[in-house]
Write a protein that binds this ligand. Structure first.
Ligand code: 2NL
Length: 386
């Protein structure tokens, strides 16, 4: 607006010498000046100065009033942008005489610099305020207790199994697992249970087809080891086995077994008794006694069942051992020569013993659980007790 007014008086282009009086082509404009210590200042400079002060004051007020960074940016655009008051002064510079242009340019630049500095200072202040607020709102209390992770619990079967494994590993045995889906041959035939054997009725299992079934004992894993022909063999094979049984407090169609096998030269029944007596002491307590009763298994000869003295009453007789003082734990025997032969081991040179333990039975006894079904429900309130 200021420049337009100057334009209207149209003196500038012909203005040469700043003296009082008519100068240049127009007669209606007199350019007054003021003598100061630093030089001559024309009233135009004064007016320009005033105008710039006014622009600055307006800009400062707007900067102060800006409520946030966006508003502050709007102020920057409106004050220093293409449509801003300062820019329009600069645009009008072409109408200013060459002599005055540097001075006015400098004044405008100074004003611009002041506004820019104020904008920058305000921006910094706002940013630090925003940062402070953010930091306050995001404060983390490192002293708060951590969220508790819900961790599961080891199954009593697993606790008992690991204990048994540790005992046998301590005696030099290897832990070897085999497939749960097995050929009829490895599950029955190779263990001296031919097709017409009555034991096959007892152990009726789940068949995948006529030849493939879910194993009824982990002995099949041991037959695979015997076939490899690396003797001596000292192994236990834990794992899931299957029987076509109805569920009740003592039966399940799927349970777990730990079988043991030792094959070497000159193995005796005394070795079997000593090994299992030592295992029982470690598993059920140092005072545990063992008792062997003759039995029959197709795959061992002779065969026996082993009882341990009741670890509740020490053998006196209680509710736990049904008054007998003994608890039946496992089946065992000397490996049948025919079983060795079928797997390619010379029964004249080698012999051995084997045993089979029901894992659930051990877990039920050890933890005094009276219903096997509790072991399969996996209720965390039950499992957490062991
Ligand atoms: C039981 C009886 C037994 C075996 C398992 C076995 C394995 C091979 C050869 C000979 Cl490869 N025997 N195993 C021997 C005697 C008894 O288990 O009532 N288990 C729960």
């Amino acid at each position: 607006m200021y420049l337009r007014r100057r334009k209207r008086v149209a003196y500038v282009t012909s203005f040469k010498c700043p003296v009082i009086g008519n100068v240049g082509g127009t007669a209606d404009y007199v350019r007054p000046f003021q003598e100061t210590e630093t030089g001559r200042f024309f009233m135009e400079d004064e007016q320009m100065n005033e105008k710039l002060e006014q622009i600055k004051a307006e800009a400062m007020a707007k900067i102060k009033a800006a409520s946030d960074l966006d508003a502050l940016n709007d102020v920057r655009v409106s004050q220093l942008g293409k449509k801003g008051a300062l820019t329009s002064i600069l645009k009008g510079m072409k109408d200013v005489s060459a002599e005055e242009r540097p001075k006015i340019g400098q004044m405008v630049n100074e004003a611009r610099a002041e506004i820019e500095a104020a904008l920058e200072a305000q921006k910094k202040a706002m940013e630090s305020k925003v940062r402070e607020a953010k930091m306050k709102s995001e404060v983390i209390d490192v002293t708060l207790p951590a969220k508790k992770l819900k961790v599961g619990h080891k199954h009593p079967n697993m606790i008992a199994l690991e204990e048994m494994e540790d005992i046998f590993i301590g005696m030099g045995y290897e832990v070897v697992e085999g497939p749960e889906v097995e050929k009829d041959y490895y599950n029955f035939e190779a263990l001296n249970i031919p097709a017409d054997h009555p034991a096959k009725d007892e152990q009726d299992t789940f068949y995948v087809n006529g030849d493939i079934l879910l194993r009824t004992q982990t002995s099949s894993a041991q037959v695979h080891e015997m076939e490899k022909g690396r003797i001596p063999i000292k192994m236990i094979s834990p794992g899931r086995v299957f029987r076509a049984d109805e569920v009740d407090a003592t039966h399940s169609p799927s349970f777990h077994q730990v079988e043991g096998l030792l094959i070497d030269e000159h193995v005796t029944f005394a070795d079997l008794k000593g090994t299992l007596a030592e295992f029982s002491k470690e598993m059920f307590g140092a005072d545990t006694k063992v008792k062997f009763r003759p039995h029959h298994f197709p795959f061992t000869e002779p065969s026996a069942e082993m009882d341990v003295s009741c670890f509740k009453c020490g053998g006196k007789g209680c509710r736990f051992c049904k008054g007998s003082g003994w608890i039946e734990i496992l089946g065992c025997g000397m490996v049948h020569p025919h079983v060795l032969e079928m797997s390619g081991i010379d029964p004249e040179k080698y012999n051995g013993f084997a045993f089979g333990i029901g894992l659930e039975r051990i877990a039920l006894l050890k933890y005094e659980i009276d219903d096997m079904r509790l072991l399969y429900e996996n209720d965390i309130r039950f499992l957490n007790q062991f």
